[in-house]
Design a binder for this molecule. Structure first.
Ligand code: ZN
Length: 688
């Protein structure tokens, strides 16, 4: 059952907060209904769906005008507020209906010209459908179970059986003028209907108040769910926790696939250094149940439940069955090449049909169905990968429910191509000018500390997805909260046996691979060598040398499988070249790490892996805390500020300066075996 989440008190409070104007009140309550719909993934996925309300407002001269508020394109219903629902004058939209045809460009232009606030977001491309229905409150979703019946060969009959004339059926048209007109005609022929099913597309409900329109949406969806359950016995669950055996296989397989896809993408973009896709694995009970079907390979060729998905998932998944997997990497690469050839043919065929003016999108798949492994969503970053994976899960649910209840027959290739290469649909995607590190997975050890988190943030600001490793669960949680969604991490002791493998596997399971290791964690133990406890020195070596080595090894093994280069970055220390009295226990392993950096640069260079490091000094952090600074400053007879700025340029060096240096090294695409000094200038510690 889809829950009805309406809370009358909450709705009343929102109306009260909206002020005295009934138009603002109606808009506030419609935005509330929209958020409730958007919060349920079985109803609305990632920017899909749209809602509207019609109100009367005054123009500058005090005259009443009819206005349609509708979701702004690109806004997410789950978070929408009044500002996300721009107002458009209704009369000019209604006048358009007398035209025989209207181009998308003209529609967008006229809509924009009639917005009450010229700076508002572009109204949804489904605006004319909302305008031509007379109801004050309208909801449109692509609920999973609705898609299952929208793609049935006898959808109209089924709608009649379930709703007995209460829901109209609209044939498939691209969103825009034609769909708006067609829907209005269906409604006007049966004005008692309380909703519309748009074949191969989605569902509308409407009423003159927001609550009734919302209630109808929930009721309709549950009626369809009941019917599917009665008809086919069960409805596929939307998602579930990842199965561990499948995840273990995915950890081996994802870097292989990622490397192959990265290479094909680089070839397509003609950029040798182009990034690989980020991946999002789904291997819950729903996926296992789906893979157990005998018709999986046949269903893979059917297409997407609603054309809304196509810009995120493409029409077909890459299918890797047990036979292909048994053939090893060459067989996987051959399957990818077949996919790319098919997509390229599809593009060429349809581009010719429409006159040849389109530019081909990347032919690399966005979704993979991998037998025994799971369903993988892929994209230019973890957000895109997550969206592709969510939609892929929705698609298998709609697909299997539909197929078991009469047949899953989504829109044909031509309509789908028109949708995929439709400029208004493309406009929903974030700018294709991705930030510099989009597609880069960066693993940072000591990620909860000052330098680690500043470095993670600097990479994240440039589009990277971060995997943090930190000893403390609390520090990790805090750091991940600071980074925001689509980053992840693990809390463990990096000096423990097998810790590097565990952390690297967790990162691969989460994002599909790794691009950059920032081997940062460290700690200083002090004492002069002559009295130094052997056990303490060994402990320091475990953290300040061996952890760097074990993480390098584990990450470089992933680099080897991906076969697309990679980067190792170390937080070395000026101690590695410029000993400080009493800091032997810290400097010795750091000197070994400094040597490790050069050794790895030599050995991994032919694989395209770059290895660089930072020699930082006197950074306020867990290692150099306030008490320690106080003590050092006092020992030298100077104040703390002077102590912290004790360098050539007389300025304190902060964690963010170290972070910038790590980023600079990562950006220096032809630099390896380099150590950059970040200490404000210290001639004794200068490398050259
Ligand atoms: Zn739609």
């Amino acid at each position: 059952m889809v829950a009805n989440r309406w809370n009358e008190n909450e709705s009343k409070n929102l109306v009260a907060e909206a002020g005295d104007d009934p138009a603002d009140q109606a808009l506030a309550v419609q935005a509330y209904a929209s958020r409730l719909l958007g919060a349920d993934m079985t109803l609305v996925q990632h920017g899909g769906g749209n809602t509207s309300c019609k109100v009367t407002r005054k123009d500058l001269f005090g005259a009443d005008i009819s206005v349609l508020h509708i979701k702004g394109s690109g806004h997410d219903l789950a978070m929408i507020d009044a500002a996300g629902m721009p107002a458009v004058r209704l009369e000019p939209l209604l006048a358009l209906r007398s035209l025989d045809g209207l181009s998308d460009a003209d529609m967008v232009n006229i809509v924009r010209c009639n917005m009450l606030d010229a700076s508002g977001p572009n109204p949804s491309v489904e605006i004319l459908l909302h305008a031509y229905l007379p109801h004050a409150h309208i909801n449109h979703t692509h609920a999973t179970v609705m898609l299952a019946i929208a793609d049935l060969p006898n959808a109209a009959e089924v709608v009649q059986e379930i709703f007995g004339g209460k829901v109209g059926v609209v044939p498939f048209y691209m969103p825009g003028f034609d769909l708006g007109k067609a829907a209005a005609e269906v409604y006007e022929a049966a004005p008692d209907v309380e909703g519309l099913l748009l074949l191969n597309h989605g569902h509308f409900t409407f009423a003159n108040d927001a609550k009734t329109a919302y209630d109808l949406m929930i009721t309709h969806v549950n009626m369809v769910k009941d019917w599917l359950e009665r008809k086919c016995g069960k409805v596929l669950k939307p998602s579930g926790p990842v199965d561990h055996a499948m995840e273990a296989r995915a950890i081996d397989l994802m870097p292989v696939l990622r490397g192959i896809l990265g290479e094909r993408r680089a070839e397509f973009l003609e950029n040798r250094d182009a990034s690989m896709p980020v991946m999002d694995l789904r291997a819950g009970e729903n996926v296992q149940e789906f893979f157990a079907r005998p018709d999986v390979e046949e269903l893979a060729k059917r297409g997407v439940a609603t054309p809304d998905h196509v810009i995120r998932t493409k029409n077909f998944p890459l299918v890797l069955n047990a036979r292909i997997l048994a053939g090893g990497n060459d067989a996987i690469a051959a399957a990818v090449d077949r996919y790319i050839a098919d997509y390229t043919d599809y593009f060429t065929r349809n581009n010719t049909r429409v006159g040849g003016g389109k530019t081909q999108l990347s032919p690399v798949p966005d979704v993979a169905w991998i037998e025994g492994v799971g369903i993988i969503g892929m994209g230019a970053d973890a957000t895109e990968a997550r969206i592709a994976a969510d939609l892929a899960e929705q698609n298998i649910a709609a697909m299997s429910n539909g197929e078991d209840c009469g047949g899953f027959y989504p829109v044909d290739e031509q309509d789908l191509f028109d949708m995929e290469y439709w400029s208004l649909e493309q406009a929903k995607l974030p700018s294709r000018n991705y930030p510099r590190f989009a597609g880069h997975v960066v693993l940072v050890t000591g990620g909860g500390g000052a330098i680690g988190l500043a470095t993670a943030q600097a990479f994240a600001d440039l589009g990277a997805n971060i995997f943090l490793v930190d000893l403390g669960e609390d520090a990790l949680t805090k750091a991940l909260t600071a980074l925001g969604p689509d980053h992840d991490g693990i809390a463990l002791d990096i000096t423990a046996d097998g810790a590097a493998g565990k952390a690297v596997n967790a990162c691969v399971a989460r994002f599909g691979g790794i691009d950059v290791l920032v081997s940062n964690a460290g700690a200083a133990w002090t004492g002069e060598m002559i009295g130094l406890d052997d056990a303490l020195l060994r402990k320091s070596f475990e953290l300040n040398f061996f952890a760097h080595q074990t993480f390098s090894k584990a990450v470089a093994q992933v680099f080897q499988v991906q076969n697309r280069g990679g980067q190792l970055l170390y937080n070395v220390s000026k101690q590695a070249v410029n000993p400080g009295k009493g800091f032997g226990a810290y400097g010795l392993p750091k000197a070994a790490t400094f040597f490790l950096l050069r050794q790895l640069a030599l050995e991994l260079g032919p694989m395209g892996v770059r290895v660089n490091g930072i020699n930082a000094d006197r950074i306020r952090s867990g290692l150099l805390d306030d008490d320690f600074i106080k003590e050092r400053a006092k020992a030298r007879g100077i104040d703390e500020g002077t102590y912290m700025a004790g360098n050539l340029i007389r300025r304190e060096v902060e964690a963010r300066h170290v972070a910038d240096a790590f980023v600079a090294l990562a950006l220096a695409e032809r630099t390896t075996a380099h150590v950059m000094t970040v200490d404000g200038g210290n001639i004794e510690a200068a490398l050259r």
